[in-house]
Design a protein around this ligand. Structure first.
Ligand SMILES: [Zn+2]
Ligand SMILES: [Zn+2]
Ligand SMILES: [Zn+2]
Ligand SMILES: [Zn+2]
Length: 507
């Protein structure tokens, strides 16, 4: 397991290194062109030769027998680790590797860090792929192992992050540590059906003797017969989704589902399954029994969990509306216990009508109120309301008589804006509005002081008139009580009229 942790660190470091190398490479491009031209061919075994075609990007091998072993060395100039093989200087140029010759093996670290390689073709008879042989070949599209290959050494394809397909032949019987670790783009895993050690089921690579999923792909479905998930099996498979861990699984290895961001929730019904460190991302939600090992794992890892067994007194969260209620149908809502997985549903009562916009049925006029209607958006229910009468449309001309002036509405022909005449003073004889000339016969009964209204001031004025007729002339006969003379009694009568109009009619 420690070796796996190391491998994770190593692969992360080399990934960074590759990034840096790209930048560095561009920076040093002019320098490289002035340096001595590297050799494009040579030998790499007693009876094995290599050549690189710079125009096609193809690295080819001819001959037979063993390939030399190499190392992964930090290149001081580039600042990254690449193979020490003689073609290492082309690490960023080789796109294709042709090993269709009678070569028996791929040497250790032979193609380590060759970041441009997309395709590798290997002769079917090859038996061994050495340590770290294709490690960090980050552009490699597929891993098609030779049909007769028996041994895949440690780290052989570690960190081939673009590989979507893994194809294993009939003879493979040994897969070294981290040989197939950190392959986050895998979607297809195939194993020759004649292979007695491994099999592929639903894009899972399974070690038959231990019923262990060694490696999964983004599209894998874990078979129910499996009992273990190997460390890092689904590491960084972002598209991989699983909702329930199969109950037969007893062990999930270190970082098995780490970086599987597609797994938001997982149900673990087994009470005893052993979960390795970082088995899941920290933000996953685990549904498990309160007395299970998974619960302990969740608590120790700071992972949120819900209990599959119900609590005695649920603590419900907010309602979630599943279906809104209408005036015709009841709605539906649910809420969950925040401790266990208990879910409660209830109906939402029918709501009142939901009326839409008002529409005018009858336009209002100055003669009649209008009518507006609105309809429920869910049923045939309607609601009506009146619309206020509109303003009149007065004529421009004024009509008048002795008491006042008015206009005629051109729509309803009624008198509108009826007002008393407007004079500036008692001497002014022309109405400011309608232009009518005042005649001496125009007066308001009781308005003896001629200010346009009858008030208690008129009673006082009449009293003054009684005493000082010259100084206080009146504009009408002053015998309001009808006793045949104008006296102070008429002033009192006028006052009474002002307060009790009905009881004291003016004569
Ligand atoms: Zn509960
Ligand atoms: Zn309705
Ligand atoms: Zn009108
Ligand atoms: Zn007037």
């Amino acid at each position: 397991m420690n070796r796996t942790i190391k491998a994770v660190k190593k692969s992360l470091a080399s990934f960074l290194a590759v990034l840096i190398s790209i930048a560095v490479c561009f920076a040093f491009l002019p320098l490289v062109s002035f340096a001595e031209t590297p050799s494009t061919s040579g030998t790499c075994g007693d009876n094995l030769a290599w050549s690189f075609d710079t125009s096609t990007g193809k690295l080819s091998f001819t001959g037979s027998g063993q390939m030399n072993n190499y190392d992964a060395k930090l290149d001081d100039e580039l600042g990254i680790r690449i193979t020490t093989a003689p073609w290492g200087c082309f690490y960023n140029d080789v796109k294709e590797i042709d090993l269709y010759t009678s070569v028996a093996n791929v040497g250790n670290y032979a193609f380590y860090g060759m970041t441009a390689v997309e395709e590798v073709g290997m002769t079917a008879g090859m038996s061994i792929i050495g340590k770290g042989a294709f490690e960090n070949c980050t552009s490699l599209k597929s891993i098609v192992l030779p049909r007769m290959l028996s041994t895949l050494s440690d780290n052989a394809f570690l960190g081939c992050t673009s590989a979507t397909e893994l194809n294993i032949g009939m003879n493979l019987s040994s897969i070294g540590d981290s040989a197939l670790f950190n392959l986050p783009s895998l979607t297809t895993i195939k194993v020759d059906t004649a292979n007695t050690t491994y099999s592929a089921v639903h894009d899972c690579l399974i070690e038959k003797s231990t019923n262990t999923v060694l490696l999964g792909s983004n599209t894998a479905v874990i078979p129910y017969t499996v009992t273990k998930i190997a460390p890092g099996a689904f590491y960084m498979c972002k598209d991989y989704v699983i909702s329930e861990l199969p109950v037969n699984i007893t062990e999930v290895g270190f970082a098995a589902f780490y970086g599987c961001s597609g797994i938001a929730e997982i149900t673990i019904k087994s009470k005893t399954v052993t979960l390795g460190s970082f088995a899941f991302d920290d933000d996953v939600i685990i549904y498990c029994y309160s007395d299970s090992a998974a619960k302990t794992f969740a608590e120790n890892s700071g992972i949120k969990s819900f209990n599959l067994d119900y609590c005695e007194n649920h603590i419900f969260g907010e309602w979630t509306v599943l279906k809104e209620a209408t005036c015709q149908t009841t709605g539906e809502r649910e809420h969950y216990c925040t401790v266990c997985v208990y879910k409660e549903k209830s109906s939402i009562p029918r709501s009142s009508h939901t009326f839409g916009e008002w529409t005018v049925r009858d336009e209002p006029s100055c003669k009649e109120e209008g009518v507006k209607v609105r309809r429920c958006i869910y049923c045939t229910e309607t609601e009506t309301d009146t619309i206020e009468k509109t303003e009149h449309t007065p004529s421009a001309d004024y009509q008048y008589d002795s008491t006042g002036h008015w206009q005629i509405c051109s729509v309803c022909e009624q008198r509108v804006n009826i007002e008393k005449h407007v004079y500036d003073s008692t001497d002014d004889t022309i109405c400011n509005i309608c232009g009518r000339e005042r005649s001496p016969d125009d007066y308001i009964k009781g308005d003896v002081n001629n200010d346009g209204v009858v008030t208690d001031q008129d009673a006082i004025y009449l009293l003054f008139h009684y005493y000082f007729a010259d100084m206080y002339p009146i504009n009408q006969p002053g015998d309001f009580n009808g006793d045949g003379a104008v006296t102070d009694q008429d002033a009192i009568y006028l006052l009474f009229y002002f307060y009790f109009e009905d009881l004291y009619p003016l004569h």
